[in-house]
Design a protein around this ligand. Sequence first.
Ligand code: FAD
Ligand code: FES
Ligand code: FES
Length: 471
Amino acid sequence: MIRFILNQKIIETAKPAGMLLLDFIRYHEHLTGTKIGCREGDCGACTVLVGEMVSGELRYRSATSCLTPIGNANGKHIVTVEGINFQDELNPVQQAMKEESATQCGFCTPGFVMSLAGFCLNGKEPTYENAIASIDGNICRCTGYKSIERAAAKVAAIMQQRIEEEPTVFVSKQKILPEYFTGIKEKLIELLNQESRIRQHLTPVRFVGGGTDLYVQKHEEMVYAAVDLLIQKNELNGIFQEGTKCTIGSAVTVTDLAESTIMQKHFPDLKKYIKLVSSTPIRNIATIAGNFVNASPIGDFTIFFLALDAQLVLSDGTNKREIALRQFYKGYKQLDKQPMEFIEQISFELPTTKTRFNFEKVCKRTHLDIASVNTAINLNIVDGIIMDAGVSAGGVGPVPTYLQKASAFLKGKTISEALVQETIEVAQTEVSPISDARGTEAYKRLLLGQLIKAHFTKLFPELKVEQLLAQ
Ligand SMILES: Cc1cc2nc3c(=O)[nH]c(=O)nc-3n(C[C@H](O)[C@H](O)[C@H](O)COP(=O)(O)OP(=O)(O)OC[C@H]3O[C@@H](n4cnc5c(N)ncnc54)[C@H](O)[C@@H]3O)c2cc1C
Ligand code: FES
Ligand code: FES
C-alpha cells in the first residue's frame, strides 16, 4: 500500500507505484483543478505542494505532479488547488490574482496559485524576488506576466507580516490557507509511524530518483514498470562533511544541494549557478544522482562534479564498488554500471582557501533551458602556480566531458592572458561538438572558448577582461 495525505484525506492505494501523481489526482480522485499542460515539467499547470517531515519539521515544496510517481508521495502531504480553497471566499493568493487581473483563460492559474502558496509555506525570506522565483516554473500563454508579478508582490507583502511563527501556523491564523494545515504535522507523524510497504521488486526495471528525466522520456512505460524509488529511502538522504570530504546521498535533490550550508559555504556562487538549472518545482524533485545516470552530454551537475573529480559508490544491494565520475561514461548514454547497480553516494574534496571554482552555462534562453555548452573549472593554486586543475565541458561531445588535456596542460603554470588562450587551443583538440538544435559545431567551439575565458576573468579579475573576451 502507498499511504499519503491528499489535502485532508488519507489515501491508501495499491495502485502501481510508478503511476503518475497527476493521473491519480485527476482520474482517481477526480480533483480536476490540477491541470495537464505539457506533461513534461515545462509549464507548471500541474503544480502541487509536497509536505514532508525533515529532521522533525514539516517542510513544503512545490513539485510537478506530471513527473512524480505516486510511490514518491508515500508518507507525504500532497496539496492540490482544492486543498487550499476556503468554502465561500477566495484565499488571499487567489484574491491577489483576481484583483490584479492576473488570469484570463485560467488554465495556468491553479499552477501559479499553488507555486505562490508554496512560497507562503516554504519559510524563505518573504521578498518580492523570492515570490517571483517561486513561479519560475509556471508559464502563462494569455495573460502576460506583469499582472501576475503584481499579484506575487501582494502575496510577498502579506508574508512580510510573519515574524517568528511557523509558516503553517501563520498561514492558518491569517486565513491565507485553511486551518487544517496546522494539524498536518501530527497526522504525518502518525502516518509515518504506521508500517508502510511499497512493493519492492527483486529485479527493478528502473531506479527512480525524482522522475524528471524518466517520465519525460518513458512516460507510458513507467506507469506499470517495476520501480525502485530511491528518494523514499532515508538512508540515501543527506549531505555530510567529514574533514575536507563531502558526501552526498543519492536521494539528494537539486534544492537540497542549493540549501545545504556546507555547499553554500564552499561554493559562494552556488545560488547563481543553480538559478540557471531548470525551475523551482523541477529542482525540488530532481536528484543529482539522476543527473549523472541520465548521462546527458549537457547535464549541469555532471559537468559541475566532473571538475571536482567526484567519486561514486555503486551498490547492487549486496556488493559495493567505487568509481570516479570521470571514468563513468563510456560512450553516448553508456555507463560503467551494471543494470542492478545504483549510485548510493557521491563524494568529493571540498574547495579550500587555495581553490578557485567556477561554473558557466549558456542556453538559448537564460532560464528553464538546457545548455548549448556548459563548463566548470576547479583550480588548486599555491604561490601563484596551478598545482592541480580540473576542467569539464558539456555539449562538446557524446558524453559529459572531462577535458583531460586542458586540465593537464594547466598544471604547473602561472596565470596569464597567454595561458588562457593556450588552454583554449588545447581544449579545442579534445572536443567533438556536433551541429544540432542548440547550435552549430562552430558556435559550440566558439562558446567553449568564450566560457573558458569567462572562468578566468571571473576567478582572476586582474586579467584584462574586455581584451580577453573580445579576442
Ligand atoms: C522541465 C525540465 C527542465 C530541466 N532542466 C535541466 C537543466 O537545466 N539542467 C540539467 O542538467 N537537467 C535538466 N533537466 C533534466 C533533469 O531534471 C535532471 O537530469 C535531473 O537531475 C534528473 O534527476 P531525477 O532524479 O529526476 O532522475 P530520474 O528521472 O529519476 O532518473 C534519471 C535516470 O537515472 C536513473 N537513476 C536515478 N537515480 C539513480 C541512482 N541513484 N542510481 C542509478 N540510477 C539512477 C534512472 O533510472 C534514469 O535512468 C530538466 C528536466 C525537466 C523536466
Ligand atoms: S503538465 Fe506541464 S509541467 Fe506538468
Ligand atoms: S491565463 Fe490563460 S494560460 Fe494563463
